[in-house]
Design a protein around this ligand. Structure first.
Ligand code: PEP
Length: 247
């Protein structure tokens, strides 16, 4: 099996401020060598400050536009992110899909735009509780992954990350058990392997949904779980530092 470096990604959503950037940077910069690559994704206004203080970690954005530039008020382009030397971008988070109506086609466009700018996209996929109860988890996740492969080919996942985030587990305190999560992660890897085995083995697949410092170790010990996309717990410096050290 190919060794995949684990990833711990903090999604601050519309939370945090400069003092959190400073506190988090100062704590993470002191962590020393970690097994995991750490990525902090603050809101757009804090990207530059976060980047300027990042030594022991990388910085990502939470969203970006599918457009290059022009009359798109309120949008932020991939080039603006790479101009700040940002390396990662979260694409298709379930909140973007549910609240801002981002569909698979728009998500696939953003994904491709991020890649062509040299960013590493973190594609979020996951089912709602109704979809899980109807037995549709694999169909939903498969459609979300295939939306990218069908448009851009499996090579699009050569330098990318997938985050499996069951919608019912995000911000609810309800975590999928390590076994439940592993089952879907294994399914995603097998799906990508149908198109390209080498890319599938290299592909980091993160779990997201109420990850905290008490459940992270069991989740990250699963063979197909390569780390976490962490929301709430990533706003607490000590909790997130503990998650980063739980690999
Ligand atoms: C997320 O925002 O991607 C997330 C997983 O949030 P939380 O950890 O709070 O469930």
């Amino acid at each position: 099996m190919t060794a995949r470096r684990p990833l711990a990604v903090a999604n601050w959503k519309m939370n945090g401020d400069l003092s959190l950037v400073e506190a988090m940077a100062s704590r993470l910069n002191k962590l020393g060598e970690t097994k995991a690559q750490i990525v902090i994704c603050p809101s757009f206004p804090f990207l530059a400050a976060c980047k300027s203080q990042a030594q022991g970690f990388k910085v990502g954005a939470q969203n970006m536009s599918e457009q290059d530039c022009g009359a798109f008020t309120g949008e932020v382009s991939a080039q603006m992110l790479t101009g700040l030397e940002i390396e990662y971008v979260i694409i298709g988070h379930s909140e973007r899909r549910a609240i801002y109506g981002e569909d698979d086609s728009l998500v696939a466009q953003k994904f491709a735009k991020a890649l062509s700018a040299g960013l590493t996209p973190i594609l979020c996929v996951g089912e709602t509780i109704e979809q899980r109860e109807a037995g549709d988890t694999e169909a939903v996740v498969s459609a979300q992954v295939k939306a990218v492969i069908d448009t851009h080919g499996v090579a699009a996942f050569d330098n990318a990350v997938i985050a499996y985030e069951p919608v019912w587990a995000i911000g609810t305190g309800k975590t999928a058990t390590a076994e439940m999560a592993q089952e879907v992660h294994q399914f995603i890897r097998a799906l990508v392997a149908q198109f390209d085995e080498v890319i599938a083995q290299k592909l980091p697949i993160l779990y997201g949904g109420s990850v905290n410092s008490s459940n992270s170790q069991a989740l990250f010990a699963q063979p197909d779980i390569d780390g976490g996309l962490v929301g709430g717990a990533s706003l607490k410096v000590e909790d997130f530092a503990a998650i980063c050290q739980s690999f």
